[in-house]
Design a protein around this ligand. Structure first.
Ligand code: BES
Ligand code: MN
Ligand code: ZN
Length: 506
């Protein structure tokens, strides 16, 4: 098991043992506190042969450096010091974590020529270390060896290993500690979302997911879990139609964090929680279907966000609603051509049972709007393959009926580097889902699939400021990055925490 490093902050001192990390600016220059750790200049002497020049997130190291009693000195390149923003510090934390290897005792010396990072920068660095250190390896009982073989004994040994103890030496450890408390809350939300996405569908169905949501009560979150029976009473025929082909039931989980003023309308976040998507009777091809265990990435992000906001006691009223179903196919599964009635009263002709996410969200959005009269609704969903065709894996699609909300979201996307690209909506697209037999159909024509899905959702939000984030390309099968090496990214948690923090607190 990968063990989570423990992190603390301290004043500058020259470490006597363990691994010591320092930062080098472009050109390889070290700060004063870093130089003090390398009295014989062993590290600087190694730079040319290691082809190290302080390039951002590169590294070079010396083992058992002369003139010291430490095991290892590592330099991490910080690049151009004036360009270091919060995200760069997060990535530098990732670079530190990437070079930890088997170190259990670690000191990070946080200074650079002409820069002594403040508490916030130290906290970002620490958060980056935690994000990068995450691995989903709970089902690995054997540890891979270099020859590709596995060794169960090795794994047990690793199990007994101690987590890395990391001390970050910085100018103002008290400020860093304080800033890190908030950052760590967000990290824990991201890691929860990653865990939920990575978990296989045999272990995490609608009921198990709902149990994970219920656990947020420990943080002071009010949680309600609606069962099929209650949803039936509410008239959620659209969501329940998707669930009816699976024996594993359906749930609607409602989370409420009341950190704001009693009179303030809540911010609402709604997630698609399809714990596995076979496509139903319009079944998906076998190849790659395993990825559909991640089709609850929207619900995971909402759950992770509420976890983060409650942990850091955000000063805002927030509602999270996740629609939890398995899109499976037994003899009870809905058929193409079936017509269902949604909670809104609008009827839907289900022409493709694989366009199920929108059917789940139709009722979840209507319910959220109807019950909570929120200030805005933002839904997240791994909704369409088409958004991946359009944007690849580095931007999520943003659809909105409100320019202010869209602008704030785009800004939060830039700030968190969980980036969004705005896509169009309009009546020309909306009419593509008019149906001959019902109020609407759940698919359109050949083109603009991500937009058509968004138009469908918009029919369930009335005039409430609303945004839909299509995270099919960004929530799962994530390209490995400086701060994430796992399949699930936790996309959306840092983005929306940022949105709430920058615009809706206090
Ligand atoms: N969950 C999928 C979308 C998806 C695809 C997410 C790949 C992540 C990776 C969604 O339910 C789906 O099947 N969408 C269909 C819609 C189509 C039938 C109109 C799609 O995108 O092909
Ligand atoms: Mn589908
Ligand atoms: Zn789906």
């Amino acid at each position: 098991m990968t063990l989570r490093p423990s992190i603390s902050f301290a004043k500058f001192a020259v470490p006597k043992k363990g691994s010591v990390f320092v930062f080098a600016a472009d050109g390889g220059g070290l700060g004063e506190a870093a130089k003090a750790c390398d009295p014989a200049g062993a590290l600087a002497r190694a730079f040319p042969v290691a082809d190290f020049s302080g390039k951002f997130a590169s590294s070079a190291e010396v083992l058992a450096p002369e003139g010291t009693s430490v095991d290892r000195l590592v330099a991490v390149g910080a690049g151009k010091v004036s360009a270091l923003d919060d995200n760069a510090w997060l990535k530098l934390g990732g670079a530190v974590a990437a070079s930890l290897r088997k170190a259990t005792e670690v000191a990070v010396i946080l200074d650079l020529p002409e820069l002594q990072p403040d508490g916030r920068q130290a906290a970002s660095l620490a958060a980056g270390i935690l994000l990068r250190s995450y691995a989903f390896d709970k089902y690995k009982t054997r540890k891979d060896k270099e020859d590709g073989q596995s060794d169960a004994k090795d794994a047990r040994k690793a199990e007994a290993a101690k987590p890395a103890k990391i001390t970050i030496h910085c100018a103002d450890p008290a400020a860093a500690k304080k800033a890190f408390a908030g950052e760590e809350a967000v990290v824990d939300g991201v890691l929860l979302a990653r865990d939920l996405v990575n978990e296989p569908a045999n272990a995490l169905g609608p009921i198990e997911f709902a149990e994970r949501v219920k656990a947020l009560e420990q943080l002071g979150v009010e949680v309600e879990i609606l069962t099929e029976k209650e949803m039936k009473k509410l008239g959620m025929g659209s969501l329940l139609g998707v669930a009816q082909g699976s024996p594993r039931g359906a749930r609607l989980a409602v989370m409420r964090w009341n950190g704001g003023k009693a009179k303030d309308a809540p911010l609402a976040f709604v997630g698609k929680g399809v714990t596995f998507d076979t496509g139903g009777n319009s079944m998906k091809p076998a190849s790659g279907m395993e990825d559909m265990k991640g089709d609850m990435g929207g619900a995971a992000a909402v759950t992770g966000l509420i976890h983060a906001l409650a942990t850091r006691k955000a000063k805002a009223n927030v509602v999270g609603v996740v629609g939890l179903v398995e899109n499976a196919v037994d003899g009870h599964a809905q058929r193409p051509g079936d017509i269902v009635t949604s909670m809104s009263g609008q009827t839907i002709e289900v022409l493709n049972t694989d366009a199920e996410g929108r059917l789940v969200l139709a009722d979840a959005l209507w319910y959220t709007n109807d019950r909570f009269k929120p200030k805005f609704m933002i839904n997240l969903a791994t909704l369409t393959g088409a958004i991946m065709v359009a944007l690849g894996q580095h931007y999520a699609g943003l659809f909105s009926n409100n320019d202010e909300l869209a602008g704030r979201l785009s800004g939060a996307g830039q700030a968190s580097q969980e980036r969004l690209w705005r896509m169009p909506l309009g009546p020309e697209y909306d009419k593509l889902i008019d149906s001959k037999n019902a109020d609407m159909k759940n698919i359109g024509g050949r083109y603009g699939g991500a937009i058509i899905a968004a138009q469908f959702l918009q029919r369930f939000v009335k005039d409430t400021p609303w945004a839909h984030l299509d995270i099919a390309g960004t929530a799962m099968a994530a390209p490995s990055s400086e701060i994430n090496q796992s399949w699930g990214s936790g996309f959306g948690v840092r983005l929306l925490d940022r949105l709430v923090r920058d615009h809706y607190e206090g």
